[in-house]
Design a binder for this molecule. Structure first.
Ligand code: ATP
Length: 247
């Protein structure tokens, strides 16, 4: 579904991505790990068309999307839940969700939006209670729910999630990962950047570790959990210790 080859990107003279190779197949949940500053956000933003690659190829469902404007990439079926949520704080929750469904609504798809709204409000009941409240007044966890719901109402075929647990209380993180598990069971394809590696590895089918601008380690969930380098750098345990159980 997504195929990235030889991707290079950076900021001015700073090279951040230096030949990234990565694939996500339909229906897969793929986790992307890496230390701070490894380039994970840059990679997701480049895929979503918010940052320009200097070279390399990004193919989505067979077609090249490298260099395409972000709104066309979104219309092609790819949605990013950005780090820091980036909601419109002065607009209500409902208005933020309508912006996510802009394409659907422009095509006169009110009924489709209503259906999608019901679905995301069932996933996150708090969003129904808060529908007419300004998004900027919500808690961090509620804002993250709006950001995820805003992406889902665009009916993405590939969902890109950038650090969804950032700054949230453990119970909220658990609730959000429960929703990701539901999405996974429903067959949603996900590329997930997540600092909480134990959560990411409990959810994913495969994972990549990004470092020095390239993929340094990749493998199935089981291979990653058994990898000493992953265990020590991301799971805070030495190899041979107990491993997280499957979801
Ligand atoms: P984190 O886990 O801390 O969010 P990350 O892996 O997502 O990190 P990026 O945010 O992609 O990493 O940043 C990669 C590198 O690019 C870092 O060295 C960062 O300082 C630099 N960088 C990111 N955004 C910009 C920018 N707008 N201008 C200049 N440098 C940037």
């Amino acid at each position: 579904m997504l195929e990235i080859t030889g991707l290079e990107a950076g900021y001015g003279s700073l090279g951040v991505l230096r030949g990234v190779e990565l694939k996500v197949a339909q229906g897969e949940v793929v986790a992307l790990l890496g230390t701070n500053g490894a380039g994970k956000t840059t990679l997701l933003r480049t895929i979503a068309g918010l940052h320009r690659a200097s070279s390399g190829e990004i193919r989505f469902e067979g077609a090249s999307i490298a260099g395409m404007p972000a709104h066309r990439i979104q219309a092609a079926g790819l949605a990013l839940v950005p780090e820091g949520r980036q909601l419109f704080p002065e607009h209500t929750v409902l208005e933020n969700l309508e912006l996510g469904a802009f394409g659907t609504l422009m095509r006169g798809g009110r009924d489709q939006f209503k259906e999608d709204l019901d679905r995301v409000q069932e996933m996150f009941p708090r969003l129904k209670e808060r529908a007419h409240q300004r998004a900027g007044l919500l808690s961090g966890g509620e804002q993250q729910m709006v950001a995820i719901a805003r992406a889902l109402v665009s009916r993405p075929r590939l969902l890109l999630l950038d650090e969804p647990s950032l700054g949230l209380a453990p119970l909220v993180v658990d609730a959000i990962f429960d929703v990701f598990r539901q999405l996974r069971q429903a067959g949603t394809t996900i590329l997930l950047v997540e600092q909480m590696a134990h959560h990411a590895l409990a959810l994913c089918d495969r994972a990549y570790v990004l470092g020095s601008g390239r993929v340094q380690i990749s493998g199935t969930r089981e291979e990653m959990l058994a990898d000493e380098r992953v265990a020590e750098a991301y799971l805070g345990r030495r190899s041979g210790a107990a491993q997280p159980t499957s979801s």
